[in-house]
Design a protein around this ligand. Structure first.
Ligand SMILES: Nc1nc2c(c(=O)[nH]1)N[C@@H](CN(C=O)c1ccc(C(=O)N[C@@H](CCC(=O)O)C(=O)O)cc1)CN2
Length: 297
């Protein structure tokens, strides 16, 4: 195995430590404590774990955490009323609605009801438009985490060929925008892309975000390329247990790549670290204060 392992768990810890330092200064110098409200609808087990983790880490960096757990049969009107309340609460600088929502709720409608300035997920249509036009926005946490790791590993990304596999609104599209913003030549590949292996083989940077276990084998990877694996797929481990794998076949990709993120312990932990970074950024903007350096795109 030759690739350098990009340790997302360790990197996320450094991001959270930076956030905690800024939060301490905000409290000390300005008497302000950033606040993050997380809304969970229903009892999806994975979502419950993520929300618990978000609340714990929010408190650990010194912010106020407000958790709203609603029943699975909560109506759209009830959820929108809560968002309205959080939008006008000055103690709340960031609002996140955990996804996926139960089927009877319209995700787009709910997300677009969040005040864009408090949309720490960066999913609101205004933030999508701002990012797409290169303006200051809230940036989706997972792609922001990927960008931070890539910048840390490479310094400048300018002129590099990047292939993003997956075109979701949450990861694929914003990731492509961010790479373009850092002057990469970007291809977005997806299920209908012709000659996908050849397209991927051209890339200096491969970001895999398709949600298909181990879809990308090592012989698709250009020697020395950087592989960022966004996939988190639970598969049968054969002994009645399960294990997590990414969208890339780790062992074969690590043989040829120059650097690779593992699953678990790669992109995943950066998602929550960047959520905290975004909450800090939203708080600074709301109070007309300078934004923390190195924690935004
Ligand atoms: N409103 C949002 N909903 C969801 C988002 C999001 O960014 N905003 N992303 C995912 C879930 N997610 C955070 O919400 C998330 C997923 C994974 C991890 C993580 O650290 N994963 C670990 C492995 C965890 C495990 O053992 O299962 C890892 O990769 O090392 C953090 C956050 C969907 N919903």
């Amino acid at each position: 195995m030759s690739a350098t392992v990009i340790d997302g768990k360790a990197f996320a810890a450094t991001v959270r430590a930076k956030v905690a330092g800024h939060v301490a200064r905000l409290k000390e110098e300005n008497g302000i404590t950033p606040g993050l409200a997380v809304v969970l609808v229903g009892q999806d087990p994975a979502s419950q774990v993520y929300v618990r983790s978000k609340g714990k880490m929010t408190v650990e960096v010194g912010m106020n955490s407000y958790e709203h757990k609603l029943e699975a049969d909560t109506s759209e009107a009830e959820l929108l009323a809560l968002i309205d309340k959080l939008n006008s609460d000055p103690a709340v600088h960031g609002i996140l609605v955990q996804l996926p929502l139960p089927k009877h709720l319209d995700e787009d409608l709910v997300i677009n009801a969040i005040d864009p300035a408090k949309d720490v997920d960066g999913f609101h249509i205004s933030n999508v438009g701002l990012l797409g036009t290169g303006q200051k926005s809230m940036v989706p946490c997972t792609p922001l985490g990927c960008l931070m790791m890539l910048r840390d590993h490479h310094g400048s990304l300018s002129g590099m060929d990047a292939v993003v596999i997956g075109r979701s609104n949450i990861v694929g599209k914003p990731m492509a925008q961010l790479l373009l913003g850092d002057s990469c030549t970007v291809t977005i590949a997806h299920s209908r892309t012709k000659d996908l292996p050849d397209v991927v083989r051209r890339a200096d940077i491969v970001v895999a975000a398709v949600g298909r276990p181990e879809m990308v084998p090592g012989d698709w990877i250009k020697p020395g390329a950087t592989v960022i694996d966004v996939g988190i797929n639970r598969v049968d481990a054969g002994d009645g247990k399960t294990r997590l794998v990414g969208d890339c076949h780790y062992d074969s990709c690590a043989e040829v790549a120059g650097a690779i993120t593992p699953v678990p312990g790669g992109v995943g932990p950066m998602t929550i670290a960047c959520l905290l970074a975004n909450t800090l950024t939203a708080c600074c903007r709301a109070n007309g204060l300078a934004e923390p350096e190195g924690l935004t795109a």
